[in-house]
Design a protein around this ligand. Sequence first.
Ligand code: NDP
Length: 239
Amino acid sequence: MSPLTVVTGGSRGIGAAICRRLGADGHDVVFSYRAAAARARETVEAVRACGVRCEAVPADVADEDGVDALFAAAASLGAVTGLVNNAGITGPVGRLVEVDVSEFPRLFAVNIGGVLLCCRRAAQVMAPGGAIVNLSSGAATLGGPFEYVHYAGTKAAVDAITIGLSKELGPDGIRVNAVAPGAIWTEIHADPDRPARVGAQTPLGRAGEASEIAGAVAWLLSEDASYTTGAILRVAGGR
Ligand code: NDP
């Protein structure tokens, strides 16, 4: 039987690369998106071209009803074996003293609440052998000064959730890990030059590609990582 993996935020960026990579690895994939329906259709077609099943669900991960709809769509295909909590936003960009705090509740609801809601639902339905991978960020340990202290805080929470849940769910045979990317070429950056600027400061001298994060996620979901849980895998060009 094929693995069946739920991915949040699969219409664009790293999430789309993860869906494509998992399809190539033989996973059936059910993913959520928020608004980008045309981009979601492109991901669905690319994944189905790998010969696996793929469905896209318009569902906000910050909303419990949306999470229920996502997992109901997955359940209609079979038993969920994997979850990738990829959906995330940066919130306002700038120094903490200057940013618009009215965006904070939404930031916390998506980046922290969404991860908790999806992990909770996955843990309720997964059998032993299941695996969860959360998208953290290098900012969780670097702190995101001058641009993203508030975002960095949400990603540090993702690290804590990952480590804590790995202990809660380990006895149930479910592994929980995180990937912490460095600067990756996607549309999440308000300044499109940011990946190049940050990437130039890494030992590898460049920003990363979404496919390079997808490879790490695929490994953590795979049997090759069967003794890995509670890990925060930094994929950041050495930064
Ligand atoms: P993008 O902005 O390129 O894509 C975000 C994806 O998440 C889209 O598919 C979007 O859907 C979806 N999404 C956003 N909010 C929600 C929501 N509330 N409910 C459901 N889906 C949602 O981001 P990236 O690919 O760059 O980032 C992916 C993850 O990686 C994030 O968690 C991010 O914090 C993390 N990360 C990224 C880094 C980078 O340099 N790119 C570095 C470190 C971490 P739609 O298209 O419909 O809007």
